[in-house]
Design a binder for this molecule. Structure first.
Ligand code: GLA
Ligand code: ZN
Length: 686
């Protein structure tokens, strides 16, 4: 392995900048001039420009005004600052909605929205696509040679769905391509249920609160279609940009684990992944718990392009304005949370927003420059510090994370799982994935977060919580992974349905049955607060002892070729297997039959890490709330040791010697981290 190219080789440094809305300040040239001075002071090298600027760029249909943007881009370039230039489709001008109501979205209840807000256009409307094509073509033509142009920021946070007649028609066309015949569709959707057999394509409608909700195959296909149609719209947006500026990378900002779009499909159409991160620091959860959840999403975004560095397109320099309580970042947290993204593979730290506007819904959202208008603020100093640190991190640029462990977080599985009725209505898929991720994060073990279509052979340990849906080929690939020496961990409520959400016949866990060596006869659901216990068997191969609490979901299973490592303690399944292992080919497949308390997951994964010699970033146990992550080019390693607690922490380095990247200081023995402190250590790979 080596290094990835910089996102755009024009700028061979980590990127630091913010969403910049000069279109809100066109009558204040003094403020626009001061912005440039402040950007340099804040150590910014790229600003995201024009995200919601359509009305300023095309004040009347067909009448364009680019002069203001020319000036801004020229001034940025003159100061050595680049532009992440946006296409403006995320919010449309009033004239457009007034003249062409078809661009306005129709909600699931079949009501067309009024003009307003943003992010709510129809993804099918030919008029909207045409208008977007015109403005995108003009932007690309005008700025194709501009020295400031660095990255295309297409639209903003695509999301939602439209149920208008145009979209319904496209949905039916998409279904016809997929199923060819109504017979095939009726079979896949199990429409004999409640007399739902369709006899004409025109009878098919998207799900609605006052309409269809009972055909899960339909619901699943509608979600797939929404992803397809959103990507189709994105591709239409991208086409003129790629035709005119083929070398400029294109991205659109994702929203973490946003449920409405399958980002695995979307990722293929992007040159570089970017996402917007707004964790609730200092909230109800401990900061280190929040940190692990954000780390999970960073790892997902890196994995979406198999390790290629991503962009942290948005984060707040201080607070949001839309969370129930908008608490400020405590001293240290801004640098720590910014470097956390870098530690997991981001080559940028960017913010929403550069300057607070005077009006509108985001006037109190955190910004680099506050209404006071100068740089003498805590937030501005924090931001400038991040910029200064990023300047020292050139060696990290383009490096990536090499993980031996992968955790499966699969959108289609999640859609099907959450739609299913029973055995408990609340499935907690994402939360379960977080719980299985945490033991690795807290031990400084790098993890990729992948979906079921990825190449498993890169990993040694694969964790697949609640793999309810097993699409064709996945069972075989998992079997192959284990047979060749991999370790698989599967859990309760797995191997239940196929890609159409049709239950497997012949025994759960369906295509995973042989690999896991078990048959699950029943799954029991416990009420909130009810507990069973999982007792480790004497002399079990993992060496675990004692008992652990199990809650909510408990499989009752039969051993086929697997062995039991633990049994249930109570109820009618007392004494039945609760944790099993199946030796399969060269590898092992574990089955966690119940939703066990976190300390079980900690002890269990600790054993698997040790047993499989999975590399940890640092040799010793880390204090609670501290993690270590590593980026590498295969030769040098950059270890980010981060303290997500408000207390000082001491980290044991055993006999390893490091150089602190920023100061060059040699470090041996132990490392002291201040409250919310972070240090970057360099070492050569041995
Ligand atoms: C989103 C949007 C931004 C801004 C921020 C506020 O991420 O993309 O335009 O509204 O939220 O947190
Ligand atoms: Zn529509």
């Amino acid at each position: 392995m080596g290094k990835y190219q910089p996102i755009n080789p024009k700028l061979p440094h980590l990127i630091h900048g913010a969403d910049y809305n000069p279109d809100q300040w066109l009558d204040r040239p003094d403020i626009l001039a001061d912005d440039l001075r402040l950007m340099k002071l804040a150590n910014c090298n790229a600003m995201s420009v024009g995200i919601f600027a359509w009305a300023a760029l095309e004040p009347e249909e067909g009448k364009f005004n680019f002069e203001w943007l020319d000036r801004i881009l020229d001034q940025l370039a003159a100061d050595g600052i680049y532009a992440v230039l946006a296409t403006p489709s995320g919010a449309r001008p009033a004239w457009l909605a007034q003249k062409y109501p078809e661009v306005l979205r129709v909600d699931a209840d079949r009501r067309r929205i009024l003009y307003g807000n943003r992010h709510n256009h129809c993804y099918t409307s030919p008029v909207y696509r045409e208008k977007v094509k015109i403005i995108n073509t003009k932007l690309a033509e005008r700025y194709k040679e501009h020295p400031a142009l660095l990255v295309w920021h297409v639209s903003n946070e695509y999301g939602g769905e439209c149920h208008c007649d145009l979209c319904q028609e496209k949905f039916r066309e998409w279904l016809q391509v997929k199923y060819q015949t109504l017979d095939a569709l009726n079979h896949a959707w199990w429409t004999a249920f409640w007399s739902h057999t369709y006899t004409d394509w025109s009878q098919i409608q998207s799900p609605a609160p006052h309409g269809e909700q009972s055909i899960h195959g339909l619901a699943l296909d509608w979600k797939r279609f929404v992803t397809h149609q959103t990507i189709d719209f994105f591709k239409a947006e991208k086409a003129p940009l790629k035709a005119i500026t083929p070398e400029i990378p294109v991205t659109t900002n994702f929203m973490g684990t946003y449920p409405g779009l399958n980002y695995w499909k979307f990722a293929k159409e992007l040159d570089v992944i970017s996402w917007d991160s707004y964790p609730r620091w200092h909230g109800e959860k401990a900061d280190w718990q929040t940190a692990a959840e954000v780390a999970f999403v960073h790892d997902l975004n890196r994995s979406l392009k198999q390790g290629k560095p991503f962009m942290l397109m948005e984060s707040t320099p201080s607070m949001t304005n839309w969370q129930i309580v908008a608490k400020k970042k405590r001293p240290g947290m801004h640098l720590l949370s910014s470097l956390q993204a870098v530690a997991h593979g981001a080559d940028t730290v960017q913010y929403f927003q550069w300057r607070k506007g005077r009006g509108g819904a985001e006037k109190f959202h955190g910004a680099v420059v506050d209404h006071v208008g100068h740089e003498q603020t805590r937030v501005f100093r924090d931001v400038a510090e991040v910029g200064a640190v990023l300047k020292e991190l050139d060696p990290v640029l383009g490096t990536t994370v090499e993980a031996e462990v992968a955790l499966l977080f699969d959108w289609e599985n999640r859609w099907a799982l959450e739609e299913a009725m029973g055995p408990r209505q609340e499935k907690k898929y994402e939360e379960t994935c977080h719980r299985h991720y945490f033991p690795f994060w807290s031990r400084g073990v790098p993890v990729d977060v992948i979906n079921a279509d990825q190449d498993f052979s890169r990993y040694r340990l694969l964790v697949a919580p609640m793999l309810y849906m097993v699409r064709p080929g996945v069972g075989e690939r998992l079997a192959d992974f284990v047979a060749k020496g991999g370790t698989l961990v599967a859990t309760y409520w797995s191997g239940i349905v196929d890609e159409n959400d049709l239950c497997f016949l012949g025994g759960v866990p369906g295509p995973l049955r042989k690999t896991l060596g078990i048959w699950v006869e029943e799954i029991d659901a416990l009420y909130d607060g009810e507990v069973n216990y999982v007792s480790m068997l004497d002399g079990n191969a993992l060496g675990l002892k004692g008992e652990y609490k199990a809650r909510e979901l408990c499989d009752v299973l039969h051993l086929e070729t697997a062995q039991s490592l633990a049994v249930y303690k109570e109820d009618y399944y007392a004494g039945r297997p609760a944790l099993t292992v199946n030796r399969f080919g060269q590898g092992e497949a574990y089955y966690l039959a119940s939703r066990n308390e976190d300390c079980f997951l900690g002890d269990f994964y600790h054993c698997l890490i040790e047993k499989n010699n999975i590399k940890r970033v640092l040799p010793a146990e880390l204090p609670v709330g501290v993690t270590a992550q590593v980026r590498t080019d295969g030769r040098q390693e950059f270890v980010f040791v981060s303290n997500f607690t408000p207390e000082n922490q001491v980290v044991d380095l055993k006999d390893q010697e490091f150089k602190e990247l920023r100061t060059g200081e040699r470090i041996r023995g132990s490392l002291t981290l201040a409250s919310y402190g972070v240090k970057i250590l360099a070492r050569n790979r041995t």
